[in-house]
Each structure stands twice: as structure tokens, then as C-alpha cells.
Design a protein around this ligand. Structure first.
Ligand SMILES: *[C@@H]1O[C@H](CO)[C@@H](O)[C@H](O)[C@H]1NC(C)=O
Ligand SMILES: *[C@@H]1O[C@H](CO)[C@@H](O)[C@H](O)[C@H]1NC(C)=O
Ligand SMILES: *[C@@H]1O[C@H](CO)[C@@H](O)[C@H](O)[C@H]1NC(C)=O
Ligand SMILES: *[C@@H]1O[C@H](CO)[C@@H](O)[C@H](O)[C@H]1NC(C)=O
Ligand SMILES: *[C@@H]1O[C@H](CO)[C@@H](O)[C@H](O)[C@H]1NC(C)=O
Ligand SMILES: *[C@@H]1O[C@H](CO)[C@@H](O)[C@H](O)[C@H]1NC(C)=O
Ligand SMILES: *[C@@H]1O[C@H](CO)[C@@H](O)[C@H](O)[C@H]1NC(C)=O
Ligand SMILES: *[C@@H]1O[C@H](CO)[C@@H](O)[C@H](O)[C@H]1NC(C)=O
Ligand SMILES: *[C@@H]1O[C@H](CO)[C@@H](O)[C@H](O)[C@H]1NC(C)=O
Ligand SMILES: *[C@@H]1O[C@H](CO)[C@@H](O)[C@H](O)[C@H]1NC(C)=O
Length: 878
């Protein structure tokens, strides 16, 4: 029952004759509805955070991507779903209430060397090297000589994406409870303060509570069932519980063996990837006073074994904990291991993760450890307040269905949802990034045998990590390990065999070192270096920089030094990438703005990081400096005032393509945002040198951005393109357009469970996590900006509230981070800052900082380690 139903009773009088009867009926029904409204349905479930920081529902979920609730610890993911029915008819007498957790293991991928022993990362064969070098020479020449600067294809360089593979689901844990009957009070929620999912229901005056979470320190997930309150007449102990593993609809994989390891532990062993990658899950059951049995089911001979765990006679609580892994090993992703990516059988290390003591551990202690860990990483270092009023009376799915675009006065309760979606994005990143592999296009939540786009990892993981540094979420290190171990080794082979380049590495995508070229080129390696430099710039973590960050930057810069060529089309003596394509656009050409801006930024990062790296290779530094001066900077203003996507002016004003590739220097990069004519000019226009002003460049970027539309175009209707556009409009200080597109992103692309949906109108849509993870960064970019700068001596400009929408007129950020090792705490009232405090890390390197508010410099200073500085002029604003 909801308010809309209630109203319905007031209006549809069939005729005057029946008025009286109707009147009586509606008073009766209305009161009934009102009582339900007040007492039962519309009230957040017990235990739901009073801060409102969570999602809650009074209906069981149905569609995976829209309704199920995610939990995860980085190693494992779980989508929590319940089929406990509200409808008594669906509960057959003697039937068993069920809940399902869809399971994921981060390294469970099909494809790669596990599927095909001849797999070589989608690369050409070593013997083809000279032929590729010749082909590339021809291609470059054809591009330069082409009157349009374009050629049809680079088919000769590409390979079939055979055995590319996909992230795969690991099946389902089905939890049964032996109870029957109606469930008058049912709710489920995801608590973002504590990172737990919970179902609560009442039967026969007994309240049942099921809690699910995945703990990072123990690498385990736990599902706990308990009776929380009971009247004297009610059930005094838990009904019997049982757990089975099901492959469910994940057709196509061999049925795994499900066996009892001992009386309390169920083992699942299966195969994926052409029956050669092994995965294993171990489920261990606990109850302080119940009896636990692991029972093998009888199965026909020759069929894989199957088993169940049962718990009977538990008075109050019981739980099941599971761990899982595969024999994938990123450490074996190099030539010395023949790029096998194959490690130990996971069994022994998983056994070691289980509880081996004979006494039952305390569930409260397990839960407390998880909550403390999650909070220390996620909620303690950072908090955002948008002046939201939590709505504890309306379930999240109803709030989402009421959500409106541009509700500037919070008419539809928008602000609460905007705040919640922000927290949800950080929750998802924190719950998926802290394993061995980075968060992929699905985070760590994929249902079924394969995922759309194979969960591939080009722009997606770039965007996935946008919000990490700025919201003080220190979860990115596995991303960098992945570059180093999964990409760089095979990427060096690609550099050699495809580009005839003997230093550095390149990739065009992906896990299992899939480094070969699938499409028309691409510079995924340099794109990802944004994060590597930023991580160091934010943290000044020298040990990490020397061992991981610098080798990555140097490897990629080395590759590009050898793969930029003098422009023989315009003959302006600049250096350009050729061939290139602007991500996912059809043109194969030279001097793509995306590549040029990113490589210039990378060369700057080399110059800025050289001293800290401890590298003595000054010849390399000199080479980078020389190239940095000559490289085309990827900033050209075209015939309709646009920032050109390609060096040849061929942009169409009606191109609403999903990517904003040429605006990478607006956000998240800085080639446009921090444009410096002394470093980036001049360019040759019709034979003469022209040096653009910063205003000209920013205006051109704005022109391109406006023409790119709102992120629903003929080519796609996804959330991530809207989140990127919102961030870019915020960068330009346009609060109105920022808020329009951000709210459009939520309204159009975010489901009832706040998952971002690629094809939102589809009844069973595709989940793409990138918009969820980009959203917090887009929102932050409206409140606090400090883009990178080309040199260490260029002041860092911190802009307070650059694009604050009126609807967020009161709020605060605690623990916001900007580069230079700086923490910013800022609060505002009626749209104006009332407090701004800068705290500088003890290990920070002194940097010049300017603080700007409302186009005015309100402070400027040189940072010192440990400095705490309150921005006085901001206070006087009130
Ligand atoms: C490939 O590189 C080798 C070694 O640098 C060089 O000798 C050879 O000429 C190159 N091939 C082409 C076609 O450029
Ligand atoms: C690719 O381009 C070459 C050279 O223009 C042409 O011969 C070939 O047919 C094209 N291949 C495809 C698949 O379009
Ligand atoms: C509730 O009571 C009914 C009738 O006594 C019984 O059949 C059912 O199993 C009970 N349910 C629970 C959860 O105790
Ligand atoms: C389920 O409960 C019913 C009634 O309480 C009981 O007869 C039956 O044995 C139970 N089943 C299991 C598997 O415990
Ligand atoms: C094991 O048996 C249960 C109960 O029949 C079934 O639901 C499940 O799908 C089976 N699991 C496997 C892996 O066959
Ligand atoms: C499942 O059991 C069969 C029979 O014992 C065995 O041959 C097979 O290797 C097992 N599968 C896995 C993945 O362990
Ligand atoms: C650039 O130089 C090449 C030869 O070096 C020549 O063929 C071409 O016409 C020149 N292009 C322009 C625009 O001058
Ligand atoms: C460059 O020259 C062409 C041809 O003369 C002309 O159409 C174009 O407008 C000129 N571009 C600029 C930026 O002046
Ligand atoms: C988004 O853009 C499309 C195409 O221009 C337009 O039809 C639609 O009304 C716009 N929607 C919003 C919410 O901006
Ligand atoms: C912001 O706070 C001020 C005073 O504290 C209050 O008057 C105003 O209504 C608040 N604005 C919103 C949008 O809540």
C-alpha cells in the first residue's frame, strides 16, 4: 500500500447511488490503509541507519540488475536476492522459504590461456614483426597522404579477439528455512554505513533477520540467520536451515562437484574457461547450539556429486561463511611463466582461510571486525553532506520512481537520492576494488556465464577509479599491480611485434594480458597513466612511486617516444600519433586530440616525477623534454568554433557520440582546463603560427561539449556518458547544465537498486558499474576542483563550490582530497562557503596553492608539511 493507492480510494465514485456504500468502504479501507501506512509498510526497517545511508525495500527483488543488492570484499562479490514471497499463495504448505545469493569470484574469467593453450594475448606471431613494421610504415604514409587524413581500416594490424573471455558468475547459494505461511512484515535493506545487506520478516510473532556481508580482512562472506525478537507465544527456536549450491541458469559450464569436506563444510569445485580454470568455494556452517550436518545427496552414478548443509535445533542463530578462489595467478603473467597466468590449485589456501578452532567463534566479533575495516577505509576518512533530509518513510524503489530531473527545489525529495547515490558509488568501489584484480566493468558483480563486452577494461576502469583519490578512498593499488603484472609484460611483446618498438609497452585492453589490437588502435596505456600520476600527486607515496608508479610511467612514455612521428600531412614539424582513433569513433587518422593531450600530460608527469623517482637516466628525461616541446598538444580550434577531435578538422556539429575523448583534457585531465599558452602554443593554422588564449580554448571545449548532447544519443543511452558530461559541465562552472545532466543520469539510467543501467528501458537491462563509480567524481567536481597543472611550479588552483546547484545550498565535505597531499574541509550555507580548511600531509612536498571562490583568489600560499590553514576570507563571506 502506498499513498497513491490511498488517494485512489477518494476519487473513483462509480455513481451517486453507490455513494454511501463507497463512502463506508473508503472510510474502512482508508483507515486500514492508513494504519498499514503508519504502522507497518512505510517505515524503514529496524536497524536501518537513521542517517538514511542505505537502500530499503518492502518487496522481494525480481530482476538481477534492478533489484538485487550487492555486497563484496574485492575478492568475492555477492548479489543478494530473496524469493521469500509476500504472497501466501506462493508459499506452498510444507514449502521452504528461500533466499539466494548470486556468487562471484574476482578471477573467475573464461577465455585466455586456460581456454586455449595457444592464446597469446590477441597478438601477432613473432615472425610477423617485420611484416607489421612494413605495414605500419605503409599505413602511416597512406594516412599522411590521404587528402582527408583518414584511411579505411587497419585490418592488417588487428587480430581476432579469440578467447578474449569474460568475467563469469560462480553460481548461487540457496538458503532455505523450513517455515511456512504468510509474511506480513517483510523488508530488506543495504546498510551503507556498515556494508551489510539484511532481510527482516515476521512469522507467528517471531522476527527473523538474515544478514549478509563480505569482509575484506578475512576474505570471506558470511550469511547469518537469527531470531531477533519473540513474544512468549512465538516460535522459540530457529526452524531448520539448509544450504545448497546451484549453477542455476549459468548454462554452458560443467556441473561442479559439490561434496562434504567434513560435517560442517561444503566444497564446490568446478571448471570454467574450456574446462581448465578451476574454481573452488568452501562453505562452513556455524551455530553455537544447533546440530550441523553435511549430507551428500544420492545422485545417479556418473553424475557429479551434490550435497547440502543442514542446521537443526539452533535456538537463536546460525550462519554460513564462504571463501572462494581460482587457480588464476597474475604473478604468472610474464614471459618467464610463459604468460600462463596459472597458479596453485586454490584448495589449500582456501582451507587455511576457514575457522579451525573447535569452539564456535562469536558472530558479533566477526561482524564488528568487518564493520570496523569498512568504516576505516570508506566512511571515516570522508563524508559528504548535501543538506539532505533522509526519507525513512518511503522505500528506495518508490523514491527512485518519483525522482525528477531538474527538481531544483527538492520537490521530489531529490537531494536525499543524490546523496545516497554518491555514497552508494563509494560503497561499490570500496567493496569491489580491494582484491587482487581491479574493479571491472561489472565491479565484481556479474551474473551468468558471460557479461556484456566481456566486462572489458579500457575506459571503464579508467572511469571506475575517478572518485577514489578525491574522496579519500585509498583502494587503487590493486589497479596499478594489475597494470604492472597483467598488462606490462605482454604489452612489451605487443610493442615489439606490432610496433617494432623495443622499449616500453602498450595495450589495447584487458585481463590475461590481452594486449593485441582489436579495433582501430587506441592508447589505453597512456589513458591509465592519469591514475598512476594522480595517485602519487595526491599521496606523495614515495616507496610506491619508486617501485610501481615510476616504472609504469616510464614504460608507457618510452613506448610513445618511439611512436610519435613528424606530421607529414600538415608539415608543421609537430609530432603526432599515427594511426590513431578517437575512442570508438570510426575515423582512423593521425593526431587524435585524445592521444595527443594524454601523451603531452604523460610527458609532463615524467618531468614532474623524475626527481622523486630516483632514476638516474637523464638521457631519457632529455628525450622526453625534447618530445614534449615538439609534440602536437591536441588543441586545435575548428571551423565551427569546436575543439577538434582530430587534427584534421572533420568534426560534425551533430555528432552526439557517447565518448568525450577530445575533452579528456577538460575532465579528468588538464590539457584544456589548465591550458597554458606558453607551454601549449603556438599551432600552425593555414601556414601561420597562432597562439590561442585560455579563453579561446575553454570556449571551444564548451562548444564541443554542448554539441555532444546530454548522453542519450542514437549510439547509446548509458549512465557513464551522462556522468562524464555532468563532470565536464561542472568543470566549466555551469551549475545548471551540470545538475540537469546529473539528475538526468539518475532519473534515466539508475535502477531501483541504484545500479547504473546501460539500456534502462529493457526489462532485463545490462548493469555497467562505470556510471555508479563516475557519479561521485562528477558530483565532487561541482563542489571542489583542483585540476593538475603542467609543472610542479605552476600553482595548484583549488576552487571552492565551482558549480554548486541551488538545491544543495547547505552542505559540507569532510576529508576531501586534492593533489599536493592536501585535505580540504569545506562547509557552506545558503550557497556560500562558511568554512574552508586546508590540512597538508606530513610527507607532502611544498606546492604553491591558490584558493579561488566566485572567480576571486581568496588565498594563496606555499604549503609546508603538516600545515593547517583556515581560509579567513571565506569565513567573511557569510
Ligand atoms: C624494425 O626495427 C629494427 C630494429 O630497430 C630495424 O632494423 C628495422 O629496420 C625495423 N623495420 C622496419 C620496417 O622499420
Ligand atoms: C582495408 O584497407 C585496404 C587498403 O585500403 C583495402 O585493400 C582492404 O580491402 C580494406 N579491408 C577491409 C576489411 O575493409
Ligand atoms: C507458524 O505457525 C503455523 C501454524 O501453527 C505453522 O504451520 C508454521 O510453521 C509456523 N511458522 C513458523 C515460522 O514458525
Ligand atoms: C520442517 O518442519 C516440519 C514441521 O515443523 C518438520 O516436520 C520437518 O521435518 C522439517 N524439515 C526439515 C528438513 O527439518
Ligand atoms: C544440488 O541439489 C539441489 C537440491 O536438489 C539443487 O537445487 C541444486 O541445483 C543441485 N546443485 C547442483 C550443482 O547440481
Ligand atoms: C569432479 O569429480 C570427478 C570424479 O571424481 C573428477 O574426475 C573431476 O576432476 C572433479 N572435478 C573437479 C573440478 O574437481
Ligand atoms: C607535406 O610534405 C609532403 C612531402 O614531404 C608533401 O607531399 C605534401 O604535399 C606536403 N603537404 C602540405 C600540406 O604541404
Ligand atoms: C584556412 O584556409 C582555408 C582555405 O583557405 C579556409 O577555408 C579556412 O577558413 C582557414 N582557416 C582558418 C582558421 O583561418
Ligand atoms: C536529451 O537529448 C535528447 C536529444 O537531443 C532530447 O530529445 C531529450 O529531450 C533530452 N533530454 C533531457 C532530459 O535533456
Ligand atoms: C539552508 O540553511 C538556511 C539557514 O541555516 C535555511 O534558511 C535554508 O532554508 C536552508 N536551505 C535549504 C535548501 O535547506
Amino acid at each position: 500500500m502506498d499513498v497513491r493507492d490511498l488517494l485512489w480510494y477518494y476519487f473513483p465514485f462509480p455513481s451517486l447511488v453507490t455513494l454511501f456504500a463507497t463512502l463506508r468502504m473508503w472510510i474502512h479501507r482508508g483507515l486500514l490503509a492508513l494504519s498499514q501506512f503508519l504502522l507497518i509498510v512505510h517505515c524503514a526497517p529496524p536497524g536501518f541507519p537513521t542517517s538514511g545511508n542505505g537502500l530499503w525495500f518492502t518487496r522481494p527483488g525480481v530482476v538481477w540488475a534492478k533489484d538485487w543488492l550487492p555486497v563484496g570484499n574485492g575478492y568475492l562479490g555477492g548479489m543478494y536476492y530473496t524469493i521469500h514471497s509476500l504472497n501466501p499463495a506462493a508459499m506452498t504448505p510444507g514449502g521452504t522459504g528461500q533466499e539466494t545469493v548470486q556468487l562471484n569470484i574476482e578471477s573467475l574469467w573464461s577465455g585466455g590461456p586456460f581456454e586455449n593453450s595457444a592464446y597469446n594475448g590477441g597478438n601477432k606471431q613473432a615472425g610477423e614483426r617485420e611484416a607489421m613494421a612494413m605495414a605500419l610504415k605503409d599505413i602511416r604514409q597512406s594516412i599522411f597522404q590521404s587528402p582527408t587524413g583518414n584511411i579505411d581500416n587497419v585490418s592488417v594490424l588487428t587480430t581476432e579477439a579469440d578467447n578474449f573471455g569474460s568475467f563469469a558468475g560462480a553460481g548461487y547459494l540457496i538458503s532455505n528455512i523450513n517455515s511456512t505461511g504468510d509474511i506480513p512484515k517483510y523488508s530488506r535493506y543495504l546498510d551503507l554505513d556498515n556494508a551489510i545487506a539484511r532481510t527482516i520478516w515476521t512469522q507467528n510473532d517471531t522476527t527473523f533477520q538474515r544478514t549478509l556481508f563480505c569482509s575484506n580482512p578475512t576474505r570471506a562472506c558470511t550469511q547469518h540467520t537469527t531470531i531477533t525478537q519473540s513474544r512468549p507465544s512465538a516460535t522459540s527456536s530457529l526452524p531448520s536451515l539448509s544450504y545448497v549450491f546451484s549453477r542455476g541458469f549459468e548454462e554452458g559450464l560443467p556441473t561442479p562437484n559439490v561434496t562434504c569436506v567434513n560435517s560442517d563444510t561444503l566444497q564446490v569445485r568446478g571448471l570454467v574457461g574450456g574446462a581448465s580454470m578451476t574454481y573452488e568455494l568452501l562453505f562452513q556452517a556455524f551455530s553455537p547450539d544447533g546440530t550441523i550436518h553435511c549430507i551428500q545427496f544420492p545422485v545417479p552414478s556418473g553424475s557429479p556429486p551434490n550435497a547440502t548443509i543442514e542446521i537443526t535445533g539452533a535456538s537463536k542463530e546460525a550462519w554460513i561463511t564462504w571463501v572462494g578462489d581460482t587457480n588464476f595467478d597474475q604473478e604468472a603473467g610474464n614471459a618467464a611463466s610463459s604468460y600462463s597466468f596459472r597458479g596453485q590449485d586454490p584448495h589449500e589456501s582456501l582451507l587455511a582461510l576457514l575457522t579451525h578452532s573447535s569452539s564456535t567463534p562469536s558472530f558479533t566479533a566477526i561482524l564488528d571486525e568487518h564493520v570496523a575495516d569498512y568504516q576505516s577505509v570508506t566512511t571515516k576518512p570522508f563524508a559528504l553532506d548535501l543538506g539532505q533530509t533522509p526519507d525513512l518513510d518511503t522505500p528506495t524503489d518508490e523514491l527512485m520512481s518519483k525522482y525528477q530531473i531538474d527538481a531544483v527545489n527538492n520537490e521530489a525529495g531529490n537531494v536525499y537520492i543524490e546523496w545516497l547515490t554518491f555514497n552508494f558509488g563509494r560503497y561499490l568501489l570500496s567493496s569491489s576494488a580491494r582484491g587482487v584484480l581491479p574493479a571491472n566493468l561489472q565491479g565484481k558483480w556479474g551474473n551468468g556465464l558471460s557479461q556484456a563486452w566481456g566486462s572489458d577494461s579500457n575506459i571503464n576502469i579508467q572511469m571506475n577509479y575517478w572518485s577514489a583519490d578525491m574522496t579519500n578512498l585509498d583502494v587503487s593499488k590493486p589497479l596499478f599491480e594489475y597494470f604492472l603484472k597483467n598488462w606490462a609484460p605482454r604489452g612489451a611483446y605487443t610493442a615489439e611485434v606490432l610496433y617494432n618498438t623495443t622499449r616500453g609497452w602498450t595495450v589495447h585492453n584487458e585481463i590475461f594480458g590481452h594486449s593485441g589490437m582489436k579495433g582501430g588502435g587506441g592508447t589505453a596505456n597512456v589513458w591509465m597513466m592519469l591514475h598512476v600520476w594522480d595517485y602519487f600527486d595526491y599521496t606523495n607515496d614515495l616507496d610506491w612511486f619508486k617501485s610501481v608508479g615510476w616504472p609504469l610511467l616510464k614504460g608507457v612514455a618510452s613506448f610513445h617516444l618511439d611512436n610519435i612521428f613528424e606530421d607529414l600531412h600538415f608539415n608543421d614539424s609537430s609530432l603526432v600519433v599515427t594511426p590513431c582513433n578517437s575512442p570508438e569513433q570510426p575515423q582512423i587518422t593521425f593526431g587524435c586530440a585524445h592521444s595527443q593531450q594524454l601523451i603531452w600530460q604523460l610527458f609532463n608527469a615524467i618531468e614532474k616525477g623524475f626527481a622523486a623517482s630516483g632514476d638516474a637516466d637523464t638521457a631519457f628525461l632529455d628525450e622526453v623534454r625534447a618530445a614534449q616541446a615538439k609534440i602536437d598538444k591536441g588543441i586545435h580550434i575548428g571551423s565551427w568554433g569546436q575543439l577538434q577531435e582530430w587534427k584534421v578538422d572533420q568534426d560534425s556539429p551533430s555528432d552526439t557520440h557517447r565518448h568525450l575523448s577530445h575533452l579528456i583534457g577538460l575532465f579528468p585531465g588538464y590539457a584544456i582546463t589548465s591550458y597554458d599558452p606558453t607551454l601549449q602554443g603556438p599551432v600552425v593554422v593555414n601556414g601561420s603560427d597562432v597562439t590561442y588564449t585560455k579563453k579561446q580554448v575553454v570556449d571551444a571545449a564548451r562548444m564541443s561539449l554542448i554539441h555532444r548532447g546530454n548522453g542519450t544519443g542514437s549510439d547509446a543511452d548509458s549512465g557513464w556518458e551522462k556522468a562524464w558530461r555532468a563532470a565536464a559541465h561542472a568543470q566549466l562552472g555551469d551549475a545548471t547544465t551540470f545538475y540537469h545532466i546529473l539528475t538526468y543520469c539518475i532519473q534515466r539510467n539508475f535502477g531501483p537498486n541504484l545500479f547504473s543501467l546501460y539500456n534502462p528501458m529493457d526489462p532485463d537491462p545490462i548493469f555497467q558499474i562505470d556510471a555508479n563509480l563516475a557519479y561521485p567524481a562528477a558530483l565532487m567536481n561541482a563542489l571542489l576542483q583542483a585540476p593538475d597543472v603542467p609543472t610542479l611550479s605552476t600553482p595548484i588552483t583549488i576552487t571552492l563550490l565551482p558549480a554548486l546547484p541551488p538545491t544543495w545550498s547547505n552542505g559540507s565535505i569532510r576529508g576531501g582530497r586534492v593533489r599536493g597531499g592536501i585535505t580540504v574541509d569545506v562547509a557552506w550555507r545558503n550557497g556560500k562557503p562558511t568554512k574552508a580548511q586546508i590540512t597538508v600531509d606530513q610527507n607532502a612536498v611544498p606546492r604553491n596553492v591558490r584558493v579561488v571562490y566566485g572567480n576571486r583568489v581568496v588565498d594563496s600560499f606555499l604549503t609546508t608539511p603538516g600545515m593547517v590553514r583556515s581560509i579567513a576570507k571565506v569565513r567573511s563571506n557569510t
